[in-house]
Design a protein around this ligand. Structure first.
Ligand code: ASP
Length: 308
């Protein structure tokens, strides 16, 4: 049986910390100018049915550092545009002998379908509004580097929670590792089922980020929004933007995260985005190392199963 990374909700805290410590080791090695020991080459399929800059490139880079070969595939220009089903596409890639699939798809839950038909590990690189587990891992490594521990931290996730897979994966991860999670934003962007996520809801920014150690901003995901959810971007900015004056409500050494792509001047102003409190560039760098660790983690299980 293959090991998959489908959702942060499904991981044990020990599995999360195992991946994070492997990622930290990889970072030390690569940043220090070292190389990963040569291993059996694997072919990793990168299936992106939605746009991506950071995630796709970081999986490419992670595979490169590990000595793996990547095969790129996007919905447009493939047989899927002729109506081929996702199931048949996955079966094709399986019988072309790809050994792992990294998949981004607009449908929540689609990686579960892929895992059913593909004979190897499947890694969710973002499924609709559901989860984006490798983003949460990169964010956690960033928080660990800056704060030393996740246990006991107050983390405020601010903005468009409704459409954010980043918010869901982060909420599960942070809760499992012992942080206090808060969701902050306008009612229309905080889903009614937020109650099922591990965290407390706040509609007022000042109260929601009060004494927070970490302020995680989310992008306004207009491509997923129906009309009427937001009266105007200007109003959102006035009420929820993280800038010098609003960040004062948070703890003195609070750090600011944003998964990108950033709408500069909307979720975060220029001053904060480019300040020392901002972890945006670290999140991008750490994305590479957690993806190395995840590839390692899914393949290690396959190897252990073969030896057993
Ligand atoms: N890049 C992240 C995602 O794919 C966040 C975003 O797009 O706002 O979910």
């Amino acid at each position: 049986m293959s090991r998959h990374l489908l959702a942060m909700r499904l991981l044990e805290p020990t599995q999360i910390t195992e991946i994070l410590s492997t990622a930290a080791e990889y970072k030390e090695l690569i940043v220090g100018g070292g190389r990963v020991e040569r291993r059996n080459e694997k072919s990793v399929g990168l299936l992106f049915f939605e746009n991506s800059t950071r995630t796709r490139v970081s999986f490419e880079q992670a595979s490169h550092y590990l000595g793996y070969h990547t095969v790129n595939f996007s919905g447009a220009g493939s047989s899927m545009s002729t109506g081929e089903t996702l199931k048949d596409t996955i079966l094709t890639l399986r019988y072309e002998r790809l050994e792992a699939l990294v998949m981004r798809h607009q449908a929540s839950g689609s990686p579960v379908l892929a895992a059913r038909y593909f004979d190897g590990p499947v890694i969710n690189a973002g499924d609709g509004q559901h989860e984006h587990p490798t983003q949460a891992l990169g964010d956690a490594l960033t928080i660990l580097e800056r704060k030393g521990d996740i246990q006991g931290l107050r983390v405020a996730i601010v903005g468009d929670v409704e459409h954010s897979r980043v918010a869901r994966s982060n909420a599960w991860l942070l809760h499992k590792l012992g942080a206090e999670v808060r969701f902050v934003g306008p009612r229309t962007l905080l889903p009614s089922h937020t109650g099922k996520l591990p965290g407390t809801v706040y509609y007022d920014l000042a109260t929601g980020i009060a004494d927070a150690d970490v302020v995680m901003c989310l992008r306004l995901q207009r491509e997923r929004m129906s009309d009427g959810l937001l009266s105007s971007t200007g109003e959102y900015t006035r009420m929820y933007q993280i800038n010098r004056s609003t960040l004062r409500y948070a703890a003195a050494e609070a750090i600011v995260l944003h998964p990108g792509p950033l709408n500069r001047g909307v979720e975060v102003d220029d001053h904060i985005a480019d300040s020392d409190s901002s972890c945006i560039n670290d999140q991008v760098t750490n994305g590479v190392f957690v993806r190395m660790a995840v590839l390692d983690w899914v393949f290690r299980e396959a190897k252990e199963a073969q030896l057993a």
